[in-house]
Design a protein around this ligand. Structure first.
Ligand code: ADP
Length: 489
């Protein structure tokens, strides 16, 4: 697959704020995670750039908040169409900087664009209510939804296009202005939104994208800036905690926060499961983006009666279906991990599990001949609670198989986690379905399905997986505040 652009205008390396592309004095070097080759040098923004962008966004909010819902809707629909027209080029950016296979990048761009389509429709539906007062039906209580102001958007590298889409689309639909801090690893997909917003007809200052290599300093600054009304973040629970402390430590403005943080998804295969469907589910859920998603199957619980069959069938599927290499190679399904830190983490988790009695059925080593960021797709069996891999988000291509006997046992063990984002289970028993749907401590459940990403679905977690829901008919609520009005005749 060619990595050359049809229209190179999507490729931007300068920051975009206050309606201008700005080449800063400072730059950082962006490298391809598969080859380590330099892709480009990127403008490296600091606090003074962020201050200018936030002030600009605050100024732009004055008129944007009053813009007609139909004009915001049209501009969002334009972004959707532009993303569809430029899908191949946008996918090239994702594969270049993130490393994922081009086909997955195309799917990500599609998924990202669906949020602009969805929220272009939702822009018309900032629904309020009218209720009679409790003491008199003459008295009316009205509620209306208002935008918040400047929204600070901080996003990770694993879905560089889609994670911004899930925040930017509802924020703009509701009439907020935005300042985006993308992950240092993936600035290109983010900067493309500057171009998309320009082309789509958003006024200058409404959407600002500022790459930076100073995530900690800039993150803190955004959280404590008086003109920022809301912080929305997707990333690790560790960084989410830091950002929440920054938001709450200051004596200044009170900000709203949305946090979409780490997961430790249980994937349960009951005795009566359709085993082929479950295997398809593991392949999709575990190996998408080489295991670097927050909703990846992290702990695969298999009923003891199926355990050996699932292990050997999974090994066969992985052997035939998974091919590692450059994301631009049409046969490749497994790209590199994002960086050395990620590979070291996966390697340490596997070593710890081995030392505590897990067996390596497949893989278990780096694939150094392909490059320093590659790790072999791996199956660990006999995994249990004594191992770090049971408790930590793996973020790599390691399938951990855990044996269980009873429903009560697997429910208790699944809930043995401080986080709760996604969970999956496979069974035909309606009683089991109802019980787990109720009692599994996660925000999203796939029943006989691993495909839970959809703009229609409220995406988000419970426990230390975060706050708020993205997408769906509820998604706009997180970017608005309710105003109440009492009206007497
Ligand atoms: P990962 O370690 O998987 O990259 P992170 O949660 O660390 O996940 O990164 C997600 C986002 O958080 C990125 O945009 C990154 O730049 C940002 N980030 C990392 N550390 C900090 C920090 N101390 N303060 C603010 N943002 C941070």
């Amino acid at each position: 697959i060619s990595s050359s652009f049809r229209d190179s205008s999507v490729f931007k390396s300068e920051a975009y704020f206050c309606g201008e592309w700005k080449k800063g004095d400072e730059t950082f070097c962006l490298r391809n995670p598969a080859t380590q080759d330099e892709i480009s040098s990127i403008t490296d923004c600091g606090i003074s750039d962020y201050n200018e962008a936030i002030k600009g966004a605050h100024g732009a909010f004055k008129s944007f908040r009053k813009s007609a819902p139909s004009s915001r809707s049209e501009a969002l629909q334009n972004i959707y169409e532009l993303m569809q027209e430029n899908k191949e080029d946008l996918a090239r950016l994702v594969t270049m900087e993130n490393g994922k296979p081009y086909r997955e990048s195309l799917a990500e761009v599609d998924y990202a664009s669906s949020y602009f389509k969805w929220f272009s429709e939702e822009a018309h539906r900032m629904v309020g209510t009218i209720m009679p007062g409790s003491g008199s039906t003459e008295k009316k209580i009205l509620t209306i939804r208002r935008p918040l102001g400047v929204v600070g958007i901080l996003t990770p590298w694993n879905f560089p296009t889609a994670m911004i889409a899930r925040k930017l689309a509802p924020a703009l639909a509701a009439g907020n202005t935005c300042v985006v801090k993308p992950a240092q690893e993936t600035p290109l997909s983010a900067l493309a939104y500057g171009w998309l917003c320009e082309q789509a007809g958003f006024e200058s200052g409404v959407c600002n994208i500022l790459p930076t290599s100073h995530a900690d300093v800039v993150g803190k600054y955004m959280c404590q800036h008086d003109l920022v009304s809301k912080i929305t973040f997707t990333g690790s629970t560790k960084v989410g905690r830091i950002l929440m402390q920054h938001v709450h430590n200051k004596t200044g403005t009170i900000k709203k926060v949305s946090m979409e943080l780490g997961g430790n998804a249980p994937f349960i295969i009951f005795e009566d499961a359709d085993i082929y469907k479950a295997l398809d589910g593991i392949m999709a859920s575990k190996f998408r983006n080489s295991g670097q998603t927050c909703i990846c199957a992290n702990r695969i619980f298999v009923h003891e009666s199926l355990y050996d069959t699932v292990a050997s069938s999974l090994a066969k599927r992985m052997e035939t279906d998974l091919v590692m290499g450059s994301g631009f190679d049409v046969h490749v399904t497994q790209g590199p991990l994002i960086n050395d830190k990620a590979v070291n983490k996966v390697s340490d988790l596997v070593e710890d599990a081995k030392n505590k009695g897990a067996k390596v059925l497949m893989g278990g080593t780096r694939a150094s001949t392909l490059g320093r960021n590659f790790y072999h797709p791996t199956i660990l069996t006999d995994v249990d609670e004594s191992m770090d891999v049971f408790h930590k988000e793996i973020f790599g291509p390691v399938a951990c198989l855990i044996k269980f006997k009873t429903t009560e046992e697997v429910l208790r063990r699944s809930n043995d986690s401080n986080v709760g984002l996604a969970g999956y289970f496979y069974t035909a028993n309606i009683g089991t379905i109802m019980k787990l749907a109720e009692d599994l401590e996660v925000g999203m459940i796939g029943v006989n399905s691993s495909e839970i990403s959809d703009a229609v679905l409220p995406f988000g977690g419970v426990k230390d997986s975060g706050l708020g829901r993205e997408g769906s008919l509820y998604g706009i609520n997180d970017y608005t505040e309710l105003k109440s009005i009492i009206l007497e005749p």
